[in-house]
Design a protein. Structure first.
Length: 191
């Protein structure tokens, strides 16, 4: 828990995950997209749509070395931190129970495929993406990525969620704002 001057509370939950070369890496990326990619994601619906948070996200960040799966949320003023933490962690753990619809998986595949194709448009973008694949694992994965993504099943997503998104593999941190020099914290205006 970090207490410093700032506008609103924020939560970050981290789980250890394997390196990008591991067979679980792409199913973990799919799990992160189901949880936190866009306004139709589970965290967005559970936290932002319900007025508990202004932002909610999930990310699977694996490279050549083992990485971290993250859940994050920025709370609305006056919302209880325990409630947001409980909801976010429950959403992550529910993936392990196999509650993944074919429609959810199809949406994620479309989103990731669109991202990939957009980032592979043109020679310089292709070079950048190839370089990213090399840094994270191997440049050869660039050529199999979409097929690997299409092969991910709801059963695999549930399995990786059970394997990695559990309490014994998790660290939760909070940023809790304090008052500045005896005054309540205020939001800064953007110029």
């Amino acid at each position: 828990m970090v207490r410093r001057p700032g506008p609103v509370p924020s939560m970050l939950a981290l789980y250890h995950i394997p390196a990008q070369a591991h067979p679980d890496a792409i199913p973990l990326q799919v799990a992160a997209s189901i949880l936190g990619s866009g306004r139709s994601s589970r965290l967005y619906k559970a936290l932002v749509h319900r007025g508990l948070a202004t932002h909610a996200n999930a990310n699977a960040d694996a490279r050549k070395d083992p990485g971290l799966f993250s859940l994050s949320a920025t709370l609305r003023r006056g919302v209880e931190t325990a409630e947001v933490e409980e909801i976010a962690l429950r959403e992550a753990e529910s993936l392990g129970e196999g509650e993944i619809s074919d429609a959810e998986l199809a949406k994620v595949r479309r989103q990731v495929r669109s991202w990939f194709l957009m980032n592979a448009e043109g020679a310089s973008r292709q070079a950048r993406l190839l370089g990213q694949f090399e840094v994270e694992h191997t440049w050869r994965a660039y050529f199999t990525y979409l097929d690997d993504l299409a092969a991910v099943t709801p059963t695999e997503v549930a399995r990786v969620a059970r394997t990695y998104l559990h309490p014994n593999n998790r660290t939760v941190g909070w940023f809790l704002p304090t008052q500045q020099r005896g005054r309540p914290t205020r939001r800064r205006r953007r110029s």
